[in-house]
Design a protein around this ligand. Structure first.
Ligand SMILES: [Zn+2]
Length: 332
């Protein structure tokens, strides 16, 4: 674990004092910062703002326009090909992991997709999201519960942020190895036994030697809500430094996205990795609409998401990777 407190004080001191208009310096400081090497140099903590929310929003529109990305559907296959093609433009290596599940009596092809940077690096960060959408709007109260959901927030938002971050990290290389992982079958359901299908499969296929290269992972889920609020997540508590660093960045960059009150307990794609000893934090906004009433409903539409939220979380995660890649030692 790093001496985070000292680093955070410097972030506050510099980001609040210097502000982001000092963009030339921010550009210079946008890569290869490791506070262990220069923790007393405040210029290291200027925020970079390479993330382009308009590009992220285009990724949102593309996904939603494919239709419902339910495993086994043509929209699902089209979306898989889109993610793969976008990663091919930006990443050092792209891998597609195919697996098959019996879904609704049908033998169904599913895919986890990975875009890697700095493939051989032994200090790595994983950023992950699920890309499938739920086949049924089981939280609908007025419309039918059998309808599929658009999954603009629950599916497309995390993918959009990661695809735009792929461009950022291609143009401004991270110091550590970085893997952008897109899980299939997170939201198939209806019960927990048929959820997190892709992340379980992916995690089970990782040898211990690969797990041991990760400093930490971050899961992005439901990060497109117009009123983006991310609270502590109890299953992620062995990775609290990740949350604290993101909150410090959020506050210092002028966002109020991360709040330290109202902790949640969320079952999500991070759990398999935590079970194997990885540090893995779930950044999830589980207040989607009043009383979370858009979640798993036909109201999970692009109209209930915003570019500004993608921008906030995109910039925060961009800076997390640039400035805090070493919050935990690999495999610790
Ligand atoms: Zn969901």
């Amino acid at each position: 674990m790093r001496p985070l407190t000292a680093a955070l004080i410097l972030i506050f001191a510099c980001l609040l004092g210097c502000n982001a208009s000092n963009s030339a310096k921010a550009q210079e400081s946008g890569r290869n910062q490791d506070s262990q090497q220069g923790i007393d140099d405040p210029s290291l903590y200027l925020a970079t703002r390479h993330f382009d929310e308009r590009k992220a929003w285009t990724h949102m529109e593309k996904q939603v326009n494919f239709g419902f990305r339910v495993p086994g559907s043509s929209a699902h296959k089209a979306c898989k090909e889109y993610i793969e093609a976008e990663l091919q433009k930006q990443c050092d290596a792209v891998e597609v992991q195919e697996f098959r599940m019996k879904l609704g009596g049908e033998d169904t092809r599913m895919w986890n997709i990975v875009g890697r940077f700095n493939v051989t690096a032994k200090r790595r960060v994983m950023l992950a999201a699920h890309w499938d959408t739920r086949p049924t709007a089981d939280m609908n109260t007025k419309a039918s519960k059998k309808l599929p959901i658009q999954g603009a927030n629950d599916g497309a938002s995390g993918v959009s942020v990661l695809l735009e971050l792929a461009r950022v990290f291609n143009e401004h290389r991270p110091e550590v190895g970085l893997d952008l992982v897109f899980f299939d079958g997170e939201d198939y359901g209806p019960g927990l036994d048929m959820m997190f299908l892709g992340s379980k499969y992916y995690c089970n296929s990782m040898p211990d030697s690969e797990i041991a290269t990760y400093n930490y992972g971050v899961l992005l889920d439901m990060v497109g809500d117009t009123d983006l609020v991310i609270r502590p997540e109890n299953h992620s508590s062995n990775s609290v430094e990740v949350f604290l660093a993101a909150k410090a960045l959020s506050d210092a960059m002028g966002y109020k996205v991360f709040r330290d009150s109202g902790a949640l307990t969320i079952y999500d794609d991070h759990l398999s990795f935590i079970d194997r000893g990885m540090h893995f934090y779930d950044f999830i906004d589980f207040e989607y609409g009043p009383d979370n009433r858009y979640w798993h409903t036909t109201d999970d539409t692009i109209d209930n998401c915003s570019k500004e939220s993608l921008k906030a979380i995109g910039e925060i995660v961009e800076n997390l990777v640039f400035k805090f890649p070493d919050l935990y030692a690999p495999g610790s």
